[in-house]
Write a new protein. Structure first.
Length: 427
């Protein structure tokens, strides 16, 4: 499979989301020097959610983005609202204790509640739908679902026949449904939150790439045309920060995922595929994820890889993957195709902390599971700025490991690792 770099521009990717955005953002560039209480860097979900939380607490906030609001993963992802905060909080028991594990697990519920409440509070039009299925291809997947259901009453187990009442595919042997998770048009949610922050006085700047950060008690960010100084700077760039902060660059591996969007499905096609309007993920490491859009297109994603590149013919590859799940769609027209990067952390747990000796806070590494957790992170960071560091401190205690191999070897090493997990998926 031949790979190539994603051809990004300073504007939104050519996605279904950009084509159906409620508003094409046109915030100004930063062109002077200003002072605020808090500077938030990055106009994705982490950045806009943090800005909203701070504005609700009365802070004077500036949000600065190199490209457009929702330009990165927040405006390109599968749009699935899935609970949980990171992978297996219990794995950190030795560093955060039993109470810390309990706090993080509760955050995995709160993150979904934040999205629901915010959409209602600010009347954000983002095609919100509730309903989610995880689907299994192996007996070990079903065994895991049964264990999870013992601890979580929201999980409704489904056998093969019952599952076909939700997803009409022959490849799955069972799954589960839960009504408290769902899906949205992510770019419209992100833009809606930015507009909510703006209505509370936030200053928002686009097309303003940061070239330097001044650290210390009163940090500042600098572009080629201006600067913003604050009592705190919060870094929310995740997979798109590049080498601006070497400490974070060493701890985040940008990985690529791809999505295609079909033409709108007919009623017959929906009956043959997505019987229920739910978000769907399978249980493989290199998973497929998909859902219907508001206008009944199938948005089908996957093809995750750690090379940071995309297949030259990724639309054809994604069509083939989709046809394995839904053979009746093998010849359907594809209207949109796009890719983007997600930030992977070594331990698959969002990394929240402070750059040593400064009031520069950061978040990175959602590892492909960020729509809901980003909103929890915004609350944690705002609490910390406001003087309540309890949840921030728990997250900061988790050791944020750099990727082994450094710049040169970490990608090849992880690509080999992904091949191993894909082999396990096939067994």
């Amino acid at each position: 499979m031949f790979l190539k770099a994603t051809a990004d521009t300073k504007e939104h990717a050519p996605s279904y989301y950009a084509a159906t955005a409620n508003w094409q953002t046109d915030y100004p560039q930063l062109e002077n020097d200003i002072d605020v209480d808090v500077v938030v860097v990055g106009g994705g979900f982490s950045g806009v959610a943090t800005t909203v939380e701070l504005c609700e607490r009365g802070y004077n906030v500036a949000l600065i983005e190199s490209n457009r609001i929702g330009w990165g993963a927040s405006g390109r992802n599968g749009g699935q609202i899935i609970g949980g905060y990171g992978q297996d909080p219990s794995a950190f028991r030795s560093t955060i204790g039993e109470e810390g594990v309990d706090v993080v697990e509760k955050m995995g519920v709160e993150c979904v509640e934040i999205i629901k409440a915010r959409i209602e509070k600010y009347n954000i039009d983002c095609d919100l739908k509730w309903g989610y299925c995880e689907v299994g291809l192996k007996k070990r997947h079903l065994k895991a679902y049964r264990e999870w259901a013992k601890e979580d009453s929201a999980i409704e187990l489904l056998n093969r026949d019952e599952l076909k009442g939700y997803i009409n595919s022959d490849i799955y042997i069972g799954g589960y449904y839960r009504k408290d998770w769902g899906h949205i048009q992510p770019l419209n949610l992100c833009i809606g939150e930015a507009r909510a922050a703006e209505s509370m006085g936030a200053k928002i700047f686009e097309q303003s790439e940061i070239i330097n950060i001044t650290y210390g008690d009163h940090p500042a960010v600098h572009t080629d045309k201006g600067s913003i100084k604050g009592n705190h700077v919060i870094l929310c760039g995740n997979a798109y920060m590049s080498n601006l902060v070497p400490y974070l660059d060493a701890r985040v591996l940008p990985a690529t995922s791809c999505i295609i969007a079909t033409e709108p499905l007919s009623r017959d096609q929906i009956a043959q595929t997505m019987v229920r309007d739910v978000a769907v993920c399978d249980s493989r490491t290199a998973l497929d994820y998909y859902r219907l859009s508001a206008d009944k297109r199938l948005l089908f994603g996957g093809l995750s890889n750690y090379s940071g590149l995309e297949p030259v013919n990724f639309e054809a590859v994604m069509r083939s993957k989709m046809a394995k799940v839904f053979p009746s769609l093998k010849d359907i027209r594809i209207d949109y195709s796009w890719s983007g990067k997600m930030g992977i952390s070594v331990r698959r747990m969002p990394q929240i902390g402070r750059i040593k000796g400064s009031n520069v806070l950061y978040i990175s590494g959602y590892s492909g599971h960020g729509v809901a957790p980003t909103h929890m992170t915004g609350r944690i960071l705002a609490e910390a700025v406001d003087g309540n560091t309890h949840r921030f401190d728990i997250m900061d205690k988790m050791f944020h490991m750099p990727w082994p191999g450094g710049k040169l070897l970490r990608r090849p090493a992880m690509a080999v690792g992904m091949m191993w997990y894909k082999t396990l998926d096939a067994l």
